[in-house]
Write a protein that binds this ligand. Structure first.
Ligand SMILES: NC(=O)c1ccc[n+]([C@@H]2O[C@H](COP(=O)([O-])OP(=O)(O)OC[C@H]3O[C@@H](n4cnc5c(N)ncnc54)[C@H](O)[C@@H]3O)[C@@H](O)[C@H]2O)c1
Length: 259
């Protein structure tokens, strides 16, 4: 028997089999959940996402195109889930975007207004936009998570405007938890350690960061996708029934260190 038996939910953010969302879906499936998926618009994005879902052992998945920058797209996808299934039990928000140009060392000070607004829109506002729509079709006891990073609360060279967006995401987590708690819905985020994914490669100095984590983190290693996947199952399952509005650090303890 799995802790996610009988639970169904939407997983947003599988770009390929390196994505955090891929590992989260893998753990959810292993614990009995049924996952629905979206990919960014375009044939190439669809192919990559479909390939990763096949690697999860899923044939004929529920898979829709969705650009979270568009309210119409969000409405279409959540309406379709309602039509096809009636309700869901969980939501995984594992997406972020900032223009690569502003993620270099010493580039934060140069961030233009539009790049700043876009980073916050795609990486933080979308949790509120998706969370609100998900809550309308969520069963009592529903749960949602988003993915954050330590750069939300500390200045990490190269993370720059994405750190500002993650601070907004973490605050969004708490305010959304406040509003949705009365419906019995829990809202949390995971602050994951650095993992070699497509998005992470856009941030300057990833290899150095991984080396630093391996030498300083209490567990003397960097985090794996599986570490985060298992913690996601905890937060999305009834095992975390009293946990909401929280940021759970899954980073091999790196954030606990003073130096
Ligand atoms: N990899 C890391 O080191 C790390 C660490 C902590 C947190 N995170 C966070 O984890 C989450 C997933 O990132 P990842 O590292 O797995 O990288 P990834 O590149 O595999 O995933 C990012 C996803 O964001 C999606 N996306 C971007 N813009 C979108 C839009 N407008 N609409 C819909 N989807 C959009 C992409 O399609 C992709 O699937 C992000 O929030 C990221 O900031 C990553």
């Amino acid at each position: 028997m799995g802790v996610m038996d009988g639970k169904r939910g939407l997983v947003v953010g599988i770009a390929n089999d390196h994505s955090y969302a891929y590992f989260i879906a893998q753990s959810l499936i292993a614990h009995g959940a049924e996952c629905l998926y979206t990919h960014l618009p375009g044939d190439r994005m669809k192919r990559r996402c479909s390939k990763a879902i096949t690697q999860l052992g899923i044939e004929n998945p529920w898979l829709e195109s969705m650009d979270c920058a568009s309210d119409e797209e969000l409405d279409r996808v959540f309406d379709k889930i309602k039509t096809d299934y009636g309700s869901i039990d969980f939501l995984v928000h594992s997406i972020a975007f900032a223009e690569r140009e502003w993620l270099g060392f010493d580039m934060f000070q140069e961030t233009p207004r539009e790049a700043y607004k876009q980073a916050i829109d795609i990486s933080a506002y979308t949790y509120l936009a998706m969370g609100r729509r998900a809550a309308r079709i969520m069963n009592n006891g529903g749960s949602m998570i988003a993915m954050s990073y330590l750069g939300a609360v500390r200045a990490v060279p190269g993370y720059n405007v994405m750190g500002v967006a993650k601070a907004a995401l973490e605050s969004t987590t708490r305010y959304l938890a406040m509003d949705l708690g009365a419906k019995g819905i829990r809202v949390n985020s995971i602050s994951g350690g650095p993992l070699r994914t497509m998005s992470a490669l856009a941030v300057g100095g990833l290899s150095e960061l991984l080396e630093l984590v391996e030498s300083r983190a209490p567990l003397k290693r960097s985090v794996t996708g599986d570490d985060v996947g298992k913690s996601a199952v905890y937060l999305l399952s009834d095992m975390a029934s009293g946990v909401t509005g929280q940021i759970l650090y899954v980073d091999c303890g790196y954030s606990a260190m003073g130096i």
